[in-house]
Design a protein around this ligand. Structure first.
Ligand SMILES: Cc1ncc(COP(=O)(O)O)c(C=O)c1O
Length: 393
């Protein structure tokens, strides 16, 4: 025999407020006349079906909204979910997007393979060259301009105010992937971007245990993206949203540690004769120092230059592999932004699909190692790298 559902007994005492947000796993909610009315009048604002909105997912989004100084934010199933849903919201067949050439591999595939197949014209430019941006945007009506704050793995910092001015003058929307830099170091919306997208899988979550994404920007635009999340089905699961929320509780602490370790590691590596080149925006010789002075946030005299470091060893890719495999604290693994230091060699991981000539043209040198600094004690991590370098020669 089936008895009536114990709906009332499952309700929370309205005076009980949990410090940690509960995971709302329910896909659906009891309806009554008032609820139907609310849904019909409120539309996207109402919570009545899990693919449309979920309270736990909303809680995670509100943390990112605050960090990115955005009016609104909406979580997605992955970083690619955030990027693809945003671009499919802003672009239609016949439109044109001008995008940086230096973008994450799957973003590149979306740009060069998928968007053209859907009738969208894609023009790619060198992210660091404002003249190329200006010429490309001027050469035809442009709907969207797309760039990553810090390019992977060269760590070239985009001149966001300059690119935003070019986009604005052309009536185009600037979409910025802020995954590498994070809002701890750069808040693109305060520098002229219209929309920020993230792989929340990385520094926002910070624990390498969830795939998630987020879109942040003006409420009206984020609402349009939310509408496409519903039809494309790129919504985030509440358990995953809870993990993002929990990771975000230590975001500033983790980023402060990762940035300071990255700076120390970059300085230590730059002092070695067997390291040909070190890239980190805090170094005095950083190629885009002028842009860094305008774009990166500061704590007094300390520039927030990010937790990623790229360095090139003498001896090419074979030696880069030996260095990476000699590490005892750093993990040989893809991805970035975790509490553990993650190390990879672009030639056989993020950029394996490029020929050597294409990699060199993209300034991915033979012998390059990419490091995502975690929160381990910096002294121990530096010693790990220096020992691995000594033992690899
Ligand atoms: C810069 C950047 N954007 C987007 C993505 C895609 O994120 P996800 O794996 O969460 O879909 C990645 C993944 O590595 C990335 O590095």
């Amino acid at each position: 025999m089936i008895e009536g559902r114990p709906a009332q007994s499952l309700s929370f005492n309205p005076r009980t407020r949990p410090v940690v947000p509960p995971i709302h796993q329910s896909v659906t909610y009891f309806l009554d006349d008032q609820a139907y009315k609310d849904v019909q009048e409120g539309g996207l604002d109402e919570i009545w079906y899990g693919r449309f909105r979920n309270p736990t997912v909303d809680v995670a989004a509100s943390e990112v909204r605050r960090l990115e100084a955005a009016e609104a934010a909406f979580m997605t199933s992955s970083g690619m979910g955030a990027i693809a849903t945003t671009l499919l919201t802003l672009l239609s067949a016949g439109d044109r997007i001008v995008a940086a050439r230096q973008v994450y591999g799957d973003t590149r595939d979306l740009l060069v393979r998928d968007l053209p197949a859907w009738g969208i014209d894609v023009v790619q430019v060198d992210a660091t060259n404002l003249d190329e941006w200006r010429d490309a945007v001027a050469s035809g009506p442009t709907t969207v301009v797309y760039v990553e704050t810090l390019a992977n793995p060269q760590l070239d910092l985009a001149d966001l105010p300059g690119i935003a001015r070019i986009a604005r003058d052309a009536g185009a929307r600037l979409v910025v992937d802020n995954t590498f830099a994070t809002p701890y170091c750069v808040q693109p919306l305060t520098l002229g971007a219209d929309v920020v997208v993230h792989s929340a899988t990385k520094f926002l979550n910070g624990h390498s245990d969830v795939i998630a994404g987020v879109v942040a920007g003006p409420a009206e635009l984020v609402r349009e993206v939310q509408r496409r999340v519903i039809t494309l089905g790129t919504c985030l699961d509440p358990h995953a949203a809870y993990l993002v929320w929990r990771g975000l509780q230590t975001f500033e602490l983790r980023l402060a540690q990762a940035c300071s370790t990255a700076r120390a590691l970059a300085e230590a590596l730059a002092g070695r004769a067997d390291v040909v080149r070190v890239r980190h925006p805090s170094l005095p010789g950083y190629e885009r120092a002028e842009v860094a002075s305008r774009v990166l946030r500061r704590d007094g005299d300390v520039v927030r230059a990010g937790g990623m470091v790229t360095f090139t060893v003498a001896g090419g890719d074979e030696r880069a592999l030996r260095v990476m495999r000699g590490l005892r604290i750093g993990c040989e693994a893809t991805s970035l932004g975790g509490v553990e230091t993650l190390v990879s060699t672009p030639f056989n991981s993020s950029h394996f699909s490029l020929t050597r000539e294409e990699r060199i043209a993209a300034r991915i040198d033979d012998g390059m190692v990419r490091v995502s600094c975690g929160i381990e004690p910096a002294d121990a991590l530096l010693a790990d790298f220096l020992r691995a370098l000594d033992e690899s020669s």
